[in-house]
Write a protein that binds this ligand. Structure first.
Ligand SMILES: Nc1nc2c(ncn2[C@@H]2O[C@H](COP(=O)(O)OP(=O)(O)OP(=O)(O)O)[C@@H](O)[C@H]2O)c(=O)[nH]1
Ligand SMILES: [Mg+2]
Length: 701
């Protein structure tokens, strides 16, 4: 098949087996113009074969001399130690191939849910998505949801059925499942030949050299032609076709390619990374049918003051607007930023402005800095090849940018711009870590900032109540990557149980007598105070009143009593958790003219509170969060009953938001520690939730 080239060469390659691949590795690195660039993100469930597909395309175009393997950890895409260890991609990676003078940036994304942040970044850098569906395992619900999301933003898509060579691979069944999941506009352009020796084109007349397809081409041709015509802008085609007219192949192919680039028709190509079947046809499709960056709308930009600016065109001579889609820390090159250029041209030795906004809640303060591009590279997986420039539409890497983080905008120093960041997923699974020793704590404190700066799906929290260092992660696999990165920086650390920050309060009134008297030898200590403690309403915190009559305790020492009470409240009185929501009234006491002091009254105040607590009925309070879960309708029942199993109170359901439902509930934090992964298991990966601290509530007995 051949799209734009079909117009130049009337005999499209779709009529037969495509010729052997031309290789042009030089052109793969630096594109000269946007029209000769394609950015395609490979997406689909974990294990579908995305990384191997990229590997086989790199080998087929001569970019690498031999294919690596996942099990040996030798692929271009998965070179991260965590990826090798986990035997799956843990981050996005970009590798360019040259196909007939066109630079195709293959953006491999991880399929595992923990790494959706990387998937989002990959899609941001892409102009089209290639859904890789395994002929063995099929499609998961998260991939179906992603298809829908791409549909909403009109992203052009194509489908690759992978692992054709696999003994259990079933192409026809995979196509049926794709059409059920993705819709009727998904149709194969080729069929596998008997024995998977090659592909047979469905469009066009069979030639002598064609091999026998496994199923009838004639049966597949009708629906394909009708599918193309249905999406064609030429409304006369259908009548001509129904009237029995043989439509010119070149016209059909042109219509097909237009529909693909527009995101209304989705071709399916069978492939095997193992045997190389289908790679050539896939490359033709990528170049001919997928849109160039010029055909896609760039994200909205604004000036630094927030004023919006007219949309930017993908023009190498326009103002520079680029976005950091990924950041890594290289031991030699320092911070390496993967950048998608939307407008203008990035050049070596040029001055740029770097700005980031809107991620302060994850520990990434808003920032602005002028920096210099010293080195520009074309990324090839984790490898970097120096290039002099990067034009609009292309993807490159910049090293040694001191302050740049994922999501930042790179623009010209004279006309700084801001691109609104894409939607990044919120990390919702906490893990607590600490250094193995005190000196490791110091190394940890330094390294953790670096690791967090490179990963917007990681949030750090130093819990003020428990003093634990909490890493909010996307899930266990993500946590493992974060820990690997920290250990890679030489930190010896251990994970510990997350402590839920409980609090304590008084349920009944009580009095406390604080007597701190030490008068044997030397300067003595003398302080006596009597307090009454009574419960306050939830959330009211602390109130202190002085009801002493006759100056039994002078005002300065009244303040000392209050200080002592407050510090005891922070330390806790029985269970070691802070005391909240109490009113303390100072009702009496005694002072000594020489031996009384601030310290003595603080000690007496603290003691009085402990005494009162011992006499009162106390209660533990636990944090409760408001949780909003979004799920497809079929999971609503399961999610609701699971929430009540977590001591949650469902406060409402809303079915009106798009497809699926939103369930609101109030759930104790203790029950949410692993909800990020448990909800996923409960809903086949389709459930999402957000949470916000609500209040502390009594822990049920
Ligand atoms: N037989 C066969 N196996 C394949 C093929 N492609 C990939 N595999 C195997 O399938 C497994 C998963 O392949 P990957 O390329 O890592 O899959 P992925 O889609 O990148 O997975 P994630 O990175 O987790 O999203 C590996 O063991 C591959 O060797 C293929 O064409 N044929
Ligand atoms: Mg992979």
């Amino acid at each position: 098949m051949s799209a734009r080239s079909a117009r130049e060469t009337p005999k499209a390659s779709a009529t037969g087996m495509p010729e052997a691949r031309r290789s042009d590795t030089g052109a793969a690195l630096a594109a000269s113009e946007p029209a000769r660039i394609r950015n395609v993100a490979l997406v689909g469930h974990s294990g579908a074969g995305k990384t191997m597909l990229v590997e086989s395309l790199l080998a087929a175009t001569g970019a690498i001399t031999r294919m690596g393997s996942i099990s040996e950890g030798t692929t271009v895409g998965d070179s991260d130690p965590s990826a090798i260890h986990q035997q799956r991609s843990v981050s996005m990676s970009v590798a360019p191939i040259a196909v007939g003078g066109v630079k195709v940036n293959l953006i491999d994304t991880p399929g595992y849910t923990d790494f959706t942040g990387e998937l989002r970044a990959g899609l941001r850098a892409a102009d089209a998505a290639l859904f890789v569906v395994s002929a063995v395992e099929g499609i998961d619900a998260a991939t179906v949801a992603l298809w829908g999301e791409c549909g909403k933003v009109g992203m052009p898509r194509a489908v690759v059925i992978s692992k054709l060579d696999h003994p259990r691979g079933d192409f026809s069944a995979a196509v049926v499942r794709c059409r059920e999941a993705f819709g009727e506009a998904v149709l194969p352009l080729y069929l596998p030949a008997v024995g998977n020796a090659g592909l047979v084109a469905i469009l066009g007349a069979p030639s002598d050299g064609d091999q026998a397809p496994v199923t009838s081409v004639d049966e597949a041709r009708g629906p394909l032609i009708e599918g193309i015509i249905a999406e064609s802008e030429d409304e006369t085609l259908m009548d001509r076709y129904l009237g029995g007219e043989e439509l010119p192949l070149a016209d059909l192919i042109q219509d097909l390619e237009t529909a693909v680039a527009r995101g209304s028709f989705f071709p399916v190509i069978p492939t095997s990374a193992e045997t190389g079947v289908g790679l050539s046809e896939l490359m033709d499709l990528l170049v001919d049918a997928l849109p160039s960056p010029m055909e896609r709308t760039a994200p909205a930009v604004m000036a630094l003051d927030g004023k919006s600016i007219k949309p930017l065109a993908c023009d190498p001579s326009g103002p520079l607007a680029a976005e950091v889609v990924r950041t890594t820390v290289d031991p030699f090159l320092g911070r390496v930023c993967l950048v998608r250029v939307f407008s203008g041209t990035l050049r070596e030795d040029s001055s740029i402005h770097i700005g980031g906004r809107g991620l302060a809640d994850r520990g990434h303060e808003d920032h602005d800095a002028d920096e210099r591009v010293t080195h520009l590279y074309a990324p090839v997986g984790s490898g970097l090849k120096a290039v002099p420039q990067c034009v609009a539409g292309d993807i490159c890497a910049i090293s040694k940018l001191a302050g740049a983080e994922t999501g930042d905008t790179v623009s010209g120093r004279e006309a700084p711009l801001l691109i609104e960041t894409w939607n990044m997923p919120e990390p919702l699974m906490p893990i607590a870590i600490k250094g193995a020793s005190r000196s490791d704590e110091d190394v940890l404190a330094k390294s953790i900032g670096k690791v967090a700066a490179a990963d917007p799906t990681l949030r750090l929290e130093r819990n003020p109540d428990t003093h634990q260092l909490i890493l909010w992660c996307m899930g266990e696999a993500h946590a493992e990557v974060v820990l690997d990165r920290l250990r890679g920086q030489g930190v010896k650390l251990q994970t510990v149980d997350v402590i839920t920050p409980l609090r304590e309060t008084f349920v009944t009134k009580a009095v406390g007598h604080g007597r701190h008297v030490k008068q044997s030898g030397g300067h003595g200590q003398f302080a006596i105070c009597d307090i009454e403690v009574e419960p306050l309403a939830r959330g009211e915190g602390f109130a202190f009143t002085d009801k002493i009559v006759g100056g039994a305790i002078p005002a300065t020492f009244v303040a000392s009593v209050e200080k002592g009470v407050r510090s005891q409240m922070l330390k806790g009185v029985s269970a070691g958790f802070p005391v909240v929501d109490i009113k303390v009234t100072l009702v009496g006491g005694k002072t000594h003219s020489v031996d009384s002091s601030d310290a003595a009254f603080q000690a007496a105040g603290a003691l009085a509170l402990r005494e009162a607590a011992a006499a009162a009925k106390m209660q533990l309070l636990e944090p409760v969060s408001s949780v909003v879960v979004s799920v497809p309708d079929e999971y609503v029942g399961a999610v609701m009953s699971d929430l009540s199993g977590r001591r949650g109170r469902v406060t409402g359901t809303d079915a009106a938001v798009g497809e699926g439902a939103e369930i609101s509930a109030e759930v104790p934090d203790q029950e949410l520690l692993r909800y990020a992964i448990e909800l996923r298991a409960l809903t086949a990966g389709t459930g999402r939730f957000r949470r916000a601290y609500l209040r502390h509530e009594p822990v049920p007995k």
